[in-house]
Ligand binder design. Structure first.
Ligand SMILES: [Zn+2]
Length: 290
């Protein structure tokens, strides 16, 4: 073997590898982008509905949902209030529509909202829900071609709720889920196996609640709490919602502690779905976090 021939060949291979690295397609180099939306709003209800012992009213609260554009596919986290409430709030939500001051307009419809960032429901590859309550699982049925990701316990809690815990579940919201592709979790998930989109099992608010943690290039760590936390104040002061907003107090406290730990260790940005101040300060779609 003549090594004088091999050496130049080896350096050629190195140069080729270098050029190969620069020639990666743009999509492979892009990190995920996070888009923040609200599905209408709630308002004019007692704060005590969100926090035991609270006084006064919540004047306005968002119903946040999120789109994450990842190079390997579009992910939605939570799905807002069923679009049927745009024309029939009382029929679909019953007394809760007035009770929570539900406001939905035709501009809140899922297809109209996704169009703001150039998407249709069929473009969404994965729909993950923090849980299946009416303001989070409301539109899962619009994503028939997506894979729905929830904790296995949550499907059971929604379809066959324990006595006293049915109030926030509307069977029509998730009727389609029996015909959908699903990932039924009993734990955590690193969705793309790259650490950028992770789900953490977090019972407490409901039996099968989960929250999402994103790693974004410029923003850093972002925690999308769904209803694992209702408001920043609840997390900071360790204050729980009343039944049926707390299925298990001891688990809810553990979930609070887990979220605070990630927040503090990673200096994470919190996206708490019903927190008015956080939502007002956040960039809203079509603006995004990357
Ligand atoms: Zn909830």
């Amino acid at each position: 073997m003549d090594f004088r021939v091999l050496r130049p060949l080896r350096s050629l291979a190195c140069i080729a590898a270098l050029f190969g690295a620069f020639a990666l397609p743009a999509a492979a180099q892009e990190g995920p982008k996070l888009y923040v939306f609200t599905s209408g709003s709630l308002g004019g209800f007692p704060k005590a509905a969100l926090q035991i012992g609270a006084t006064g009213n919540i004047d306005w609260a968002p119903v946040s949902f999120y789109i994450i554009k990842h190079p390997k596919g579009v992910v939605m986290f939570d799905t807002g209030n069923n679009d049927k409430t745009i024309t029939d709030a009382d029929g679909w939500w019953g007394p809760l529509a007035k009770g929570f001051g539900l406001k939905m307009t035709k501009d809140d419809a899922i297809p109209v909202q996704l169009a703001k960032i150039g998407l249709k429901p069929d473009d969404v590859k994965y729909v993950a829900v923090g849980h299946l309550h009416l303001d989070h699982g409301g539109n899962v049925g619009q994503f028939k071609n997506s894979t729905l990701i929830a904790q296995d316990d949550e499907f059971k809690a929604a379809w066959w709720p324990d006595v006293g815990y049915s109030l926030y579940y509307i069977p029509g919201d998730f009727a389609e889920t029996k015909n959908m592709k699903t990932i039924r979790l009993n734990g955590d998930l690193d969705l793309f196996d790259d650490g950028t989109v992770r789900l953490f099992r977090a019972p407490g608010h409901t039996q099968g609640s989960q929250f999402m943690v994103l790693k974004l290039k410029n923003t850093g760590t972002a925690i999308l709490t769904s209803d694992c936390v209702y408001m920043t104040e609840s997390l900071d002061k360790n204050l729980l919602p009343p039944i049926p907003g707390t299925y298990s107090p001891s688990d809810a406290y553990k979930t609070y502690a887990h979220i605070r730990q990630i927040r503090d260790v990673d200096n994470a940005k919190l996206f708490i779905g019903h927190d008015a101040e956080l939502f007002k300060a956040a960039k809203k779609a079509p603006e995004f976090y990357d």
